[in-house]
Structure formats: C-alpha cells, structure tokens
Design a protein around this ligand. Structure first.
Ligand code: GLV
Length: 324
C-alpha cells in the first residue's frame, strides 16, 4: 500500500526492480537522473523529505541533515557508511541503515580475483597480447608469484575478511589477521587464521589484504610511517576504503620497488587516482567494483529501499547502523 504522506529523496536512480518497489510504496523524487547531484541540489530537495536513499559517493554531512527537519531515515546503498555523519543523524533521532551480508561473498571473490591478477600479472599480460606483442613463448615471459606456502595477512577480520580467509584454504597459504577484536579460538580454527599485531603482520606477510571499515583509527592505517615494514616481494590489496592507505606513500613504494605490486579497488580521493599509480605497471587498478555482480547490486538496492519504506511506514529498519 502506498504511503502517500511520506516523501523520500533518492540521490541517483537505483536498479529498476528497486525503483519499481519504491513506485509501489512511496512518493519519491530522484535528485540526479544521469549524474550525481551536488550538495546544494541535495540540500534544496531534501527540505520537505522524510527519507533519503544515498549511495556511497554521496557525502551526507551535517549541512544536509540539518536542511531536513522531518528526516527519519538515511538508507545507504552500501555496507560502508563512512559517507554519512552518523553521530549527527543519531543526535537528531534519524535512522541510518546499510546493506550488510549480501555483498560479503561477492567482495571476497573480487579480492581473490585481484590477488591472482596481481600475483600472476594477468591484466598486464592481457594488454600485451591485445597489443600484438606476443611473438614467441618465452621462459621468462610475465613471471609472477606462486601463492602456495606464502603468508596471507588479513587486516580487518569482519565478514569480508573471514570470507577471504575461507577462500584461501585451497591455495595452501598460512593465514594471519589483525583486528581490534580477536576471534574466538573456535573461529580461528574455522578460518585457520592466527592473530598478529599490525606491525608483525606487515613485517611477515607476503600478501596483505585490507578489509577494515574506515574510521578515525583506520585512516592512513598504512602510511609512510609503516609501509617500509612490508617485505619487498609482497603484494598489497585494498578493497575496503581508499583512505585506509596513504596513496602517495603506496605509489612511491611501488615506484621504488620496495613493494612488489598492489591491487586496488578503492582510492583516497575517489574517483581521482594518484597520477603516479596510473603509470605504474606493478599496480592493478579497478573502479570500485567489489560488490558489482548483477545479483548483489540488486540485493543491495532492494535492501536500501526496504529499509526506507519500513521506517516511513512506522516500523523499525531492518539493517540499522545506529540506535535511536
Ligand atoms: C562498497 O564499497 C560498500 O561499502 O558497499
């Protein structure tokens, strides 16, 4: 049943099924049809709205929240919610929701795609072949690295970190992890992973993969202060948030070959990318597609709109990140 008294703003069109769900349940307006709306455009359109559906690139800050006196929910279509001023929303009694769980396996799959791409230099070899440079089989053509027997260091052992660990088992890697919350002995056993403090993980791992959330503690967790601790032959993978890694320090380490290679799905000033990285052959760069499968992006879109409609129908949200 359509709740005609509720009005929501969607920053940018979601997948068709989610738009259909909204049309059947609620009155809404889309702020940007084929582009993201500017902050001023959001402020202008949110004034009379009770709900907002945002995407991870929309910065939903205090100014935007203050512009909407009737706002009840911000439904983010992403698992990460560092783009939202959650503490201000909470102070105002506004629910913030995210899309946990549905993208765990998809993102862990992509992480493994990146690990293998970087270790075996697959995108570089593809470019070489397309450029008609493949003239002869050579014993030393595109030599990569084996995974077997190496140490995988997982930074952030939440849902995605654990799914990455489970996928590591057939590759016969030693798995270590770091996280503010140590796993129980049973969970360590299931994931065949042992705890190490960050510094020890950096110093001893051959493949380091980042799956932490972005917050004050994890901003520049890897920076010029500690990147030199990583082994020269190591690989660094980041599919979490760009600001967890100091991008300039990473580009420098890759350029100087004090780090063997990196695979990145996220960037510090997304979608801008450190110029040096773009020209480096030992970096594999993706456009933030960690959760980008047909099935998962649909589930995320549906979760966001269901959270919105639940709250605007007077119910509790399904996936709150704050408590009101
Ligand atoms: C993707 O990065 C997400 O947070 O869902």
């Amino acid at each position: 049943m359509k709740n005609r008294t509720s009005k929501a703003l969607v920053t940018k069109k979601l997948l068709p099924k989610a738009m259909e769900y909204l049309e059947n349940h609620i009155d809404f307006q889309v702020a940007g049809i084929d582009r993201y709306p500017t902050k001023d455009e959001i402020i202008d359109r949110i004034k009379d709205k009770q709900g907002l559906v945002s995407l991870l690139v929309d910065r939903i800050d205090k100014d935007i929240i203050q512009a909407a006196p009737d706002l009840k929910i911000i439904a983010n279509c992403a698992v990460g919610y560092n783009n939202i001023d959650v503490s201000h929303a909470t102070e105002r009694g506004i629910w913030v929701t995210n899309t946990p769980g549905v993208l765990t396996n998809t993102t862990a799959d992509l992480t493994w795609g990146l690990i293998l791409s970087v270790a075996r230099r697959i995108p570089q070899a593809d470019r070489f072949t397309r450029n008609k440079k493949y003239k002869n089989w050579e014993l030393d053509l595109f030599l990569g690295q084996d995974l077997e027997g190496k140490q995988l260091g997982i930074i952030g052992m939440g849902r995605i970190g654990k799914a990455v660990a489970l996928r590591a088992q057939p590759f016969h890697l030693k798995i270590v992890y770091t996280d503010p919350i140590k796993l129980s002995p049973e969970e360590e056993q299931i994931h065949k992973a042992s705890y190490l403090p960050l510094e020890d993980l950096l110093k001893t791992s051959d493949i380091i993969t980042i799956h932490t959330t972005l917050n004050k503690e994890t901003h520049h967790l890897i920076s010029k202060k500690n990147i030199h601790m990583i082994k020269e032959q190591a690989i660094l993978i980041n599919v979490s948030r760009g600001q967890v890694v100091e991008e300039k320090a990473l580009a420098q380490a890759l350029k100087r070959r004090t780090l063997w290679a990196a695979g990145l799905d996220v960037y510090e000033n997304e979608p801008e990318i450190e110029e040096n990285l773009l020209s480096l052959d030992n970096a594999v760069l993706l456009p933030h597609i960690g959760s980008a499968s047909i099935e998962t992006r649909l589930k995320m879109s549906m979760m966001a709109v269901k959270n919105l409609v639940a709250v605007l129908s007077g119910k509790k949200p399904l996936n709150p990140v704050n408590q009101i």
